[in-house]
Design a protein around this ligand. Sequence first.
Ligand code: ZN
Length: 247
Amino acid sequence: MTRLDVLGFWFSPDAPSELPLPQRLVRGLGADERAAVLAYLRAGTVLVTFPDPSFCRFACGERAMGTRDLTDGRWVWPEGLAHYVERHDVRLPPTFTAHAVEANGVVAPFRAPKPRFGLYDRSAWLAWGRAERACLDLAGFELPDPEVRERIAADLGALPYEHILLCNGATREVVLDVGGGALELRQVKPGAPPPRRFAGWHEWPVSGARASSPSVAHPPTKPGRGVPMAEFLAALRSKQERDEPKP
Ligand SMILES: [Zn+2]
């Protein structure tokens, strides 16, 4: 069964995950490589169109990041990925870069696969991101569903915070948005150690100690019966990208 390796799927502060931060992948492409990569990225075929546009994680003010995923039959990437390479000098995995250079930036004819659940494979992208130390160590944490969120809120009581971002069922740790971009890591049980504060995700420890930590689970984890891939992904993505970071 064909699967497409994803490229350019980034960490989003509104739905924190182990996806890489592009800020940690700046530089590394030569001028020729960059030209070939850019041409190749722009030559992909549209696979899926989403209702909401993506946003630049560098918060540079670019609005035209696109709403579509493009493919060459082997990789799949958001059309805004070219912006990261062109404007922010972000590098991409060497297998892809070498392929784009060898192909002179031209995508060879291919038959586009039908969008379906399970088509996108994040494993190689995550493995490369971790090896480049561009992923946060969020192993064991997941986005709480509304029911879990409610239980955590009850446990937290009158503590001041803005949002519950992540929870870890095994350790009973929660990550709270405490305003102004700051985070608090707190264990919700009697006699817990004092919470840890982070000025932002940039201070969070980077993944890398463990070679293959499990991915953060995102609800919904699978599409309902009969939900087309596009609809499913759209729901997932609009959830992840609901709020644009304030510049
Ligand atoms: Zn930008």
